[in-house]
Design a protein around this ligand. Structure first.
Ligand SMILES: Cc1cc2nc3c(=O)[nH]c(=O)nc-3n(C[C@H](O)[C@H](O)[C@H](O)COP(=O)(O)OP(=O)(O)OC[C@H]3O[C@@H](n4cnc5c(N)ncnc54)[C@H](O)[C@@H]3O)c2cc1C
Length: 476
């Protein structure tokens, strides 16, 4: 009998015991606030029930911040990219990733995997299959009873006095809520959507897809595909197309040669995740400028997937200058070279442009961006980095101009666009525990301080006797 293959039932029981030992969940201690006419107010609305949203939710429950709700636009069990738009067979990260365990060994991916499949399977496992990772996240949600409400999308945010009113759309129609703090755990494409370079804007929508779209590669069987980009999403899309019977695939990348490094791999350590946000602006900028400028290589396993296909071709140094459709074919012109195919897949990444993010657009011009407060030295000039949000220590938006939009500090951005302010602690798996801890601590402090007067009054009023008066003998 494999000693670690205890089965999920036993692991679940173990976790319940551990949580009991931690007195989980503690009572809610946050003083409620009411809106006009006594309307109830949510202390926290978490938008996004993927890994980051769930880690934050568990963190809030552990701290006794219980008046929160979690909303996700996706189907139950299909939050995030893993079983929707991700096309890699395995995660890039090594299997020893601990996942959003917030310090509990039994909540790690490894504990779950060993319990379910046993030691031998764990030892034999190379990388984590993408769907297995999603299964782990589903289990995480189930065992911690994360109260995610699915198929609910955040549409708008409006200030209302000291609070925020959020407008959502769910299975029963539109509704709105008053909230004190809003956590946007909305994933990678949520600070401006996907990046659609100007040159491709003339291509009709039925001739192209972005790698962030759900693509039916079966439908593209027998077709000739042009894929733009050299990073993971482009490479995995090319592989998915070939495995689904594409006639041929040409991968076109601007890089002069195939990128081989993933610089950010060297930043996976606690010091970086904990310390990055306290660095001066120029040092933070230099890290990101160098990391992004070096181009992130596709994972080795993704590249190997392509190797067996004779009908796959890589072209480097291709800077597309013109793109159009003629006689049912997509044509791309790049200097002396030209390419034609039936369908175009754009692995062009994500935009950083707050004005393009629907729920943020109303106050986009009031949010402080890096370019509003930092001018980089010439050797590291970078227009795109300037468009990243300049966030405060609790991931909160700051005002571009003091006093013009004080409500912004109630909106906590907990997605990939925080990277320049906080490092990848609210996007990639290795940093998520540190990110969730930082967010939850900051909100606990804020809620306590906001009601400091009430807490002080409670302290004055406290009158539960410790001693009952019968613990000593009266002197005669
Ligand atoms: C293809 C791919 C592969 C990756 N592989 C790795 C890897 O190997 N290792 C690693 O460390 N990281 C990896 N990452 C990066 C990162 O771990 C993932 O992006 C991860 O999913 C981030 O979790 P998240 O909770 O921030 O975002 P997500 O998992 O994307 O969750 C965000 C959720 O927000 C919801 N949402 C968005 N907008 C709204 C709205 N307006 N209203 C309601 N809900 C909304 C979405 O439905 C989604 O479920 C990968 C990313 C991608 C895209």
């Amino acid at each position: 009998m494999d000693p670690e293959k205890i089965g999920l039932e036993a692991l679940d029981a173990q976790i319940h015991r551990e949580l009991r030992f931690l007195n989980y969940p503690p009572d809610n201690w946050v003083k409620p606030v009411a809106g006009g006419g006594g309307e109830p107010v949510l202390d926290v609305a978490i938008i996004g029930g993927g890994m980051c949203g769930m880690a934050a939710a568990f963190g809030f429950m552990r701290e006794g911040i219980r008046n929160f709700r979690v909303f996700d636009a996706g189907e139950d069990g299909f939050e995030g990219p893993w079983c929707t738009t991700a096309r890699m067979k395995t995660l890039r990260s090594p299997k020893h990733l601990t996942g959003p365990n917030l310090g509990l060994p039994s909540l790690t991916f490894q504990a779950w995997y060993r319990a379910k499949w046993g030691d031998a399977d764990w030892n034999a496992l190379g990388y984590i299959p993408t769907e297995t990772w999603m299964d782990y996240l589903r289990w995480y949600r189930h065992i911690l009873e994360i109260p995610t409400e699915n198929n609910v999308r955040l549409l708008r945010i409006k200030p209302e006095g000291e609070l925020l009113r959020v407008y959502l759309c769910g299975p029963e129609g539109d509704f709105d809520l008053l909230v004190r703090s809003l956590v946007l755990a909305t994933g990678r494409a949520a600070f401006g959507g996907t990046r659609l370079p100007e040159v491709f804007r003339n291509v009709p929508a039925n001739y192209y897809a972005h790698t962030e779209d759900v693509i039916d590669f079966n439908r593209l069987s027998g077709k000739r595909l042009l894929v733009i980009g050299g990073a993971a999403s482009a490479v995995d899309s090319a592989a998915a197309a070939l495995e689904n019977g594409a006639a041929d695939v040409h991968l076109l990348m601007r890089a002069p040669e195939i990128p081989r490094l993933n610089k950010f791999k060297s930043t996976v350590y606690a010091g970086y995740f904990r310390g990055f946000s306290s660095l001066d602006d120029e040092t933070r900028w230099r890290f990101l400028h160098h990391g992004l400028g070096s181009r992130v290589a596709a994972p080795r396993l993704s590249m190997l997937r392509l190797k067996e296909f004779d009908n796959f071709h890589i072209h480097t140094g291709v800077d597309v200058k013109d793109a159009y459709v003629k006689e049912g074919q997509v044509h791309l012109a790049a200097g002396q070279e030209s390419f034609a195919g039936d369908f175009l897949v754009l692995g062009t990444g994500y935009a950083i442009d707050i004005r393009q993010q629907p729920e943020l657009a109303d106050f986009a011009d009031k949010v402080r961006l890096w370019r509003d407060c930092f001018t980089p030295p010439e050797d590291v000039a970078n227009e795109e980095l300037g468009r990243f949000p300049y966030l405060g220590p609790a991931f909160e938006f700051l005002e571009k101009e003091g006093g013009t939009a004080p409500y912004l500090n109630r909106i906590h951005l907990f997605n990939a666009a925080t990277t320049l302010s906080h490092a990848a602690v609210s996007s990639d798996i290795p940093g998520v525990n540190i990110g969730a801890e930082r967010l939850v601590n900051a909100l606990a402090v804020q809620f306590f301080k906001e009601a400091a007067g009430q807490h002080l009054q409670n302290f004055y009023d406290y009158s539960d006797p410790e001693l009952l008066g019968d613990e000593w003998r009266e002197e005669e």
